[in-house]
Ligand binder design. Structure first.
Ligand SMILES: NC(=O)c1ccc[n+]([C@@H]2O[C@H](COP(=O)([O-])OP(=O)(O)OC[C@H]3O[C@@H](n4cnc5c(N)ncnc54)[C@H](OP(=O)(O)O)[C@@H]3O)[C@@H](O)[C@H]2O)c1
Length: 251
């Protein structure tokens, strides 16, 4: 438990399922009030809100497409009127067009990088004035930012850009009480992963080659996000903590 997180307010993007849902619930467990962002899945978002409220904290769902700046502005207005402040921003949502790079169209690039890297920048610009000198910004990346993952297409460059934005923000905000880091997540069996061509085979392969004996679960990511939000992690600055059961140490 991290008592300093009690009564803080957080926004978790893409919190209807997968990593985002687990992160939202884990923060609620620490006494954090949570804005549950969704784009389409309103019913699921409301279910997560109910689960969070069962922890005795405040929560509400807020629709926004993180790839659209006007949509983000509206979301932050809603957060301001509901919470009046925001201390923790978890940039988890990502949306993109997988496939081969050679088939990628300019609009695929724009959509994918917009929903990932540019949205982190847009949200940080909106969030920092609401942080009042204590803040945490945490992004979620994958192997695809540094390695070629077949079928990942423009999602790889989007994750690389997200990582670079994370480091740049850590540099600019480090002296202002706002700690910026990320989690590099290993493969988990979620809906977005299943949308990548050949995902079933990749999951089977990863299960076999992960030293920890299983692929990761969303809760594994959520535990590390809670740690990065805590004061225990305040001297980690601009880094990505790898949570992959050791998959990356195996060739
Ligand atoms: N799963 C993996 O193996 C893996 C590995 C490494 C990193 N990651 C990263 O972890 C993050 C979460 O992935 P996940 O696997 O948990 O995905 P997921 O289970 O498919 O959930 C995606 C969430 O993002 C929301 N979302 C998608 N596009 C959005 C947009 N434009 N604006 C707002 N919300 C949006 C979805 O809400 P709606 O349904 O309402 O659209 C949903 O809540 C992503 O950044 C992903 O790249 C995943």
């Amino acid at each position: 438990m991290y008592p300093e997180l009690k009564d803080k307010c957080a926004l978790v993007t893409g919190a209807t399922r997968g990593f985002g849902r687990a992160i939202a619930l884990r923060l609620a467990d620490e006494g954090v009030n949570v804005a549950v962002n969704f784009r389409r899945s309103m019913t699921e978002a409301e279910q997560v809100v109910d689960e969070i409220k069962a922890h005795g904290v405040d929560a509400f769902s807020v629709r926004a497409d993180v790839g659209k700046e006007s949509s983000l502005r509206k979301m932050f207005d809603e957060i301001k009127s509901r919470f009046g402040r925001l201390e923790i921003l978890v940039a988890n949502a990502a949306w993109g067009v997988p496939g081969d790079l050679l088939n990628a169209k300019p609009k695929h690039w724009d959509i994918t990088l917009g929903a990932s890297a540019r949205s982190l920048l847009d949200m940080t610009q909106l969030a920092v004035p609401m942080m009042n000198g204590w803040g945490r910004i945490i992004s979620i990346t994958s192997d695809g930012g540094q390695k070629v993952l077949p079928g990942y297409g423009v999602v790889g460059p989007a994750k690389a850009a997200l990582e670079s934005v994370t480091r740049g923000l850590a540099f600019e905000l480090g002296g202002k009480g706002i700690v910026v880091n990320g989690v590099l997540a290993g493969l988990a069996d979620t809906k977005s992963f299943r949308s990548i061509p050949g995902s079933e085979k990749v999951i089977e392969h990863a299960r076999f080659h992960t030293p920890a004996g299983r692929i990761i679960k969303p809760e594994d990511i959520a535990n590390v996000v809670a740690f990065l939000a805590s004061n225990q992690a305040e001297m980690i600055c601009g880094h990505f903590v790898t949570v992959d059961g050791g998959r990356n140490i195996v060739g």
